[in-house]
Design a protein around this ligand. Sequence first.
Ligand code: PLP
Length: 364
Amino acid sequence: MTSLDDLPIRDDLRGQKPYGAPQRQVRVALNVNENTHGVPEDVAQDIVRHIAEAALTIHRYPDREFTPLRESLAAYLGHGMTPENMWAANGSNEVTQHVLQAFGGPGRRLLGFPPTYSMHSILAAATGTEWVEGRRDEGYEISPETVVAEIERTKPDIVFLCAPNNPTGTGVPMATIEAAYDATEGVVFVDEAYAEFMPTGSPSALTLLPGRPRLMVSRTMSKAFAFAGARVGYLAADPAVIDALRLVRLPYHLSAFTQAAAVAALAHSAEMLAMVEDIKGQRDRLVAELPSLGYSPWPSETNFVLFGGVDDPHATWEYLLERDVLVRDLGIPNTLRVSAGTEAETTAFLQALSGAAADLRREN
Ligand SMILES: *Cc1c(COP(=O)(O)O)cnc(C)c1O
């Protein structure tokens, strides 16, 4: 049997691990922070109508500039965004890869702040960008002073701030992003995958874009927008940044079907986002109820909760899986992460976990 190591693979990829959130068919899937509420039937029908129309011209390459989609995304974001400020790709993971292809690469250094989204370091490795780790403050926070100190210590070409952060749920103050921008001559990339779940009225890094051409804000339709399976992520930045990303994207990277589906879904933003307040309510319920089961949740500005006090995360993960509940073990000692689901899913999780608390602790 040939193994990876037998192949003449790039030396810097040897020993790397692929992204690997386990995918299992379960009744209660709360492991990858999807919107668990599904797409309303009428919106799904409208999406299908748009895809059917696109099928009639599918013998041609799609609009390489995906102009209608960029218009829809700019209108959705507001904040004075124009189509010239917008980029999109097959998931914000591909957007991030484009950013690293254009601004990272061999000889360039990326500063990230673990624990954070695992794809950031995986994409750094895939693009030959050196990944260096910044230290967070107490409670996973990053103050303006800390971000400046870590930039001065590591001298990065790119700074990644996940705001709010996955997997901890921690928000990032605007002052931290501004301080990072002022402390580096490189680019600052803010991953706002969970922006729609932030407390009502919280500012987005979009408000910082005017006058900051080295700042980029990425978003996704995978989480609040209930569109994970369609693979659509996007980015807002100065039009010059968008020109840089055009240099590295594959021609026609967004299929005509993807473009049609995304434009149709964005025309129904209010319906697609209708469950966000409900999900925030279930998240707050997790934070409120976990302590009574003996666990210690971190505050969350996202649709998931990281909680500590788990004696044996792997055993607890398996205990829950046996009860058809899938959560995420990220290898952070004594913690697990759970996404907020529907009320029934969240209840099922809390019930299964209270069983784990009793059964597994009795064994210990
Ligand atoms: C889930 C997630 C994404 C989304 O990636 P897509 O490729 O758009 O599905 C991006 N960033 C963070 C921090 C995430 O947690």
